[in-house]
Design a protein around this ligand. Sequence first.
Ligand code: HEC
Length: 298
Amino acid sequence: MKLPLPKSIRWKVGLPILVIGIASGLAVGFYSYQNSVDQAKDTTKEKIKTAMTFTKASREYVRSILRPKIDEILASGCSKEDFILEAQSSSFFTASIFKKVSEEMPNFALRQVAFNPLNPKDEPNELEAKIIVFMRNTGNKEYSDITNYKGERYFVYASAVVPDASCLRCHGQVQNMPKVIQTLYKPQHDLNWEVGKVQGAVMVFVPFESTILKAQLTGLYRGLFIFGLFLALTLFILFSLDRLVFKPVEKLERKAEEIAKGNVDEPVDIKSDDEIGKLAEAFERMRVSIKKVMDLLK
Ligand code: HEC
């Protein structure tokens, strides 16, 4: 199939370069956008992982150091409490830390959620539930992606919560829970978390809308820059062709018309050292020969 393009060398040369320019601009723009988003995802993930390491370390501290110590003190009979929530529950401890972090960094939404939670506030929302079920079904212990939530894009990171037997003391049957937990949380039914099965997740939501917008703008600018380069190249080539080829050729064309009409007295005044110059010289020799023949015929 032939495209109905104007039959001019200007188009034949300029159009392909412009088309390549548009394609390159789009490719560079898109690649740059993708690259910026990927980079932002990686940095955010790294930051979150650092935060997670701190969380896990504090959990571990409560579990292995603080809890046994307080147990020892309670066993000596110095208090009538059977359990001191603030000092012995790593979950309570983490929940308090998360609350503080969320206050300090409103953009960094940290939540620990689970199906059948002790604290009703920790019931997963629709998106969180989907992610937990996904990790449960795939066996992944980690999940991260950009997700649309209530019309805004977030980078979401989830680390699976898989209970072990020790968790059932507070997340199993109501009758086994320390009194203080029963009083404080008033669980309506047994929670019965299953050991070894993904029950919930520690979730981090980081707003990503402006990051994506910035990446789109950078992509757009880079794409436009590349297209601009090709546009400048096209203009340069067309301008040079015009000056070096088209203008002299048009002049020769007019001269040929003149000679065809018999006006052979005016010399061809094109001076250049390139192919067009040689063509003009050949033309000039032809004009002189024709003039000689015509003079002879007079
Ligand atoms: C000594 C009691 C206790 C033990 C043992 C315990 N937790 Fe908790 N857990 C709590 C309390 C109290 C909360 C509610 C904290 C709050 O107010 O947000 C909680 C909340 C959680 C939550 C948020 C969902 C919910 O139920 O509210 C997760 C997830 C969690 N715990 C995981 C674990 C895991 C995993 C283990 C075992 C490694 C464990 N917990 C062991 C007391 C405990």
